[in-house]
Design a protein around this ligand. Sequence first.
Ligand code: C2E
Ligand code: MG
Ligand code: MG
Length: 689
Amino acid sequence: MTDPSDTRDTGPRPYSPLWTFLTGVIVTGFAALFVAEVRLGVGELVALARTSLFWVLVVLVVLGELRPIVVSSSRLAGGTATSTLFTFAVLLYHGLSVAILIHALALVVSGLLHRRSWHRTAFNVSQVTLASTAAAVVLGAFGHHPHPSSPWVPEGAEIIAVTLAALAYFVVRGVLVCAAVALHERRSVLRVLRATIGHQSLVYAALLGLAPLVVVVMSRSPALVPLFVAPLATMYFTASLSVRRDHQAMHDGLTSLPNRKLLILRTEEALAEARTGERVGLLLLDLDRFKEVNDTLGHPVGDRLLQIVAHRLTHSVRPGDVVARLGGDEFAVLLPKVRDAAAAREVAARLRAALTEPVRLEGMVFDLDASVGIALYPDHAPDFELLLQRSDVAMYFAKEGRTGVEVYVAERDRNSPERLNLLGDLRRAIGGSELQLHYQPKVCLSTGAVEGVEALLRWWHPGRGPVSPVDFIPLAEQSYLMRQITQHVIDAALEQAARWWHSGLKVPVSINVSARDLLDSALPDLLEAGLDRLRLPPRAIQLEVTERVLMTDQAYAADSVHALVELGIPLALDDFGTGYSSLVRLQRLPVCEVKIDGSFVQRLGKSVDDERIVRSIVDLVRSLGLRSVAEGVETEEVAGLLREMGCDAAQGWRFAEPMPAAEVTEWLRARPLAAVSAGRCESAEFTAL
Ligand code: C2E
Ligand code: MG
Ligand code: MG
């Protein structure tokens, strides 16, 4: 079994429970070691050192210490040194003193080679000494007192004594190591034992069970003892192969941090372990502006940066806390035991402080920052999924308010459990095949030529079937997922636009962005990088933002909006008429197109009031030098009315429904395309700026 300070070699805090325990074990262990060696005597030792068997064993035990059999990717289970086979054989054959002398020697050598701290090596020597002593006591109880001068070779009938001695050895080592691990990681000993014992007992049974055979060979022909290396090597390679597979399934390939799967496991363990009055904390951490780095400097730089972040985060938490990577630039930190929200806030502040240290990479300096959302069990959520969702809600508030860290507050969260479930499913769907874009053509009302297509998101939920964007977009907009969705939509829409433009189909693709996306300073860079990478002109795309954006005053001042205009990417105002925005407000945003909401358009011909509204919007938009587009045109009658009003373009089932990319490509090839003029938005830019 491994020792408790696997991850870091800093010693325990003086007088902490772990320190007291380790000190107790070390003092007792060294006392036992001292007594045993005194009993052996110098004369015996010199005589022993003259035999070749002694040195063969020393070499085998040292090698065994250097190559532990790791039986589980869990850090707790750790490795079982193969040296146990030989030291236990020596214990049976030559007695306790020689066995622990050789083992202590091997532990010191491996400690030096692995540069372990002294307390770690001393603890290892002590636990091995105490376990061997327990085994020797059992043998003594059966009347066996092996000694170099009177070696013991067990007979078949003595199997019970050997088995009980092996059991004593295993139990003492197991209890000592698990207790230290439990104290180190602040978990219950029983839980650590339960998590470790299964794997370990198998390996120990194999190693200790082979020992009597090694004894027989030692007594007959010491030169044959190294042959046992072959089965050990096989065990070693088979075990490490399965552990590597196990590790891969539970860890992130880039940073080697635990992945979502392992995080779920660890969180569930922590929740089960938490007693009344105890809290478990889940922190969700998202890097600010990471996508910019990735897109402008390329993935290799982004990857290195993520590795550095992972390293910094793992070194800013206490042993037993779990830092996991959920994907992209999103990390989570599990605090299996946390006093209260203030303590969790402290951890979050420490994590952020560790990140803000500038990173030097490829001759550049990066300033990293992150927003952290905190949710606590049992205060905010009863299980992992809800903890994650609530920390996500909190993180969204941290981002929005630029506060850096926020703790979940139920009163600010407008999500019902059902919506939260959907949000969880959506989070899993991003990046997979469940989310796809469909495209709906926009047609010029006077010529019938196609002016562009609008990308509309479609979600095929495995259980619920198709879920309308009307149901999931507003939900996502309230959480931090929206940013990921927009990134996904932009990537997919740009790639489709590139396929069309590079095959001669020069059709502009409209992308819907939420108000918050529009205000995100990363958006222009993201688009510019994407257009560059795919060799597309800015007019190959258009952004649609709903009229509601006009209701927040930030929109007019936002640098991102001006950066987009400067890039030459046209903006359209979507769902016009539903936001009750005033003429003044409309004039202040640099849009070049206004899309009249379908709810008015569909009632054309049925309601005189709606006809008046649409007519006045069309007139108003024209008088501002902008273009009007009618949404949701379902019949030729409505199309005719709009044409007569002077509306420029229309979209709706009368012309075409939203279609998958392949289908819309066919559709486009069969129709005339309107020429895309570079300056189609100029007038709007000038009115607005
Ligand atoms: P929108 O941008 O106003 O999109 C127009 C909606 O009208 C689409 O609904 C479209 O399928 C529907 N529509 C088109 N022609 C007709 C018609 O003739 N009659 C009727 N009754 N409806 C028609 P959809 O696809 O359900 O999208 C709803 C809204 O969800 C969109 O409204 C947009 O605000 C949002 N959305 C869709 N995809 C995205 C996206 O990728 N990102 C963001 N941020 N929002 C999106
Ligand atoms: Mg739209
Ligand atoms: Mg609309």
